[in-house]
Write a protein that binds this ligand. Structure first.
Ligand code: ADP
Length: 266
């Protein structure tokens, strides 16, 4: 790892537990007077060496709508990843808590925030691979940022990484990902359509009562998620565009951002 990204364990103070995820515990902490979120990576959960190779690429990605990775503390065991702290936690929980009190402006603003972050990733030729409301975080002023980009590549659990696995996010995945593991910015766009659906359904899970197999069958039959009650027709049209069978028929994030920005001016 390049020295500039190595975090000195002396400068990192660890606090309370704030959550747990795919790689292990997440703690709040302090680093150089900054409040941070620290992911303690359990060795058996992550391919460490692959991650260290890629970490410099991920740390160079920097945008106000992405949760910033500040650095990595490899000298400590377990290895720690140090991120920008997001006061209001993950977007899916936030939506469920605020259910009934979310204005249309706020929901459109959330879609815009995510599309900005994703347009930046797209222009950096970086594929997220697991875009969903659970992988976005909310700041103290209700701003939404994209998190966990590219991280599924380092997960060691087959149940999560194989499209046949029980933990694979089939309900957010484009058909070509389910069939051939063909990830691209256009497969991220498909997931973004599902994320917009989650926002306008105030945090409901997509295809709630259906198994992954049933979801795949209905997608193959050309069926799609229904229009959320709160979504304007114009927004649902964008969702449907994201869910075109062929990747090349879907919009880019640059175009989605442009379209969503035009709605917010109305
Ligand atoms: P993993 O990527 O390892 O699966 P998550 O990113 O889902 O872990 O993190 C688990 C939980 O920890 C989240 O739901 C959230 O509540 C909390 N968390 C993660 N990152 C941050 C952060 N940067 N700021 C604040 N809370 C966070």
């Amino acid at each position: 790892l390049k020295d500039q990204w190595e975090i000195d364990p002396e400068e990192l103070n660890l606090g309370q537990e704030i959550g747990s995820g795919q790689f292990g515990l997440v703690l709040e902490g302090k680093w150089k007077d900054r409040k941070v979120a620290v992911k303690m990576v359990r060795e058996e959960c992550m391919s460490d060496e692959d991650f260290k190779e890629e970490a410099t690429v991920m740390m160079r990605l920097s945008h106000c709508k992405l949760v910033q990775l500040y650095g990595v503390c490899t000298q400590r065991s377990p290895m720690c990843l140090v991120f920008e702290y997001m006061e209001s936690g993950c977007l899916s929980d936030y939506l469920r808590e605020k259910k009934g009190n979310l204005s249309l402006d706020l929901m459109l603003g959330m879609c815009l925030d995510v599309s900005e972050g994703m347009a930046y990733l797209e222009s950096s030729n970086f594929i997220h691979r697991d875009l969903a409301a659970r992988n976005c975080l909310v700041s103290k002023n209700n701003e939404v940022k994209v998190s966990d980009f590219g991280m599924t590549r380092f997960v060691l659990d087959d149940q999560y990484t194989s499209s046949q696995g029980s933990k694979f996010p089939v309900k957010w995945s484009a058909p070509e990902v389910i069939k051939y593991s063909k990830f691209s910015s256009k497969s991220d766009v498909w997931s973004f359509g599902v994320l917009m659906w989650e926002i306008y359904n105030e945090g409901r899970l997509p295809y709630e009562n259906r198994t992954n197999t049933e979801v795949v069958e209905s997608l193959n039959a050309g069926l799609r998620l229904l229009k959320p009650r709160l979504a304007p027709d114009s927004v649902y049209l964008l969702m449907e565009w994201c869910w075109k069978e062929k990747p090349e028929d879907r919009p880019s994030f640059a175009l989605l951002l442009h379209e969503l920005a035009a709605f917010s001016d109305l």
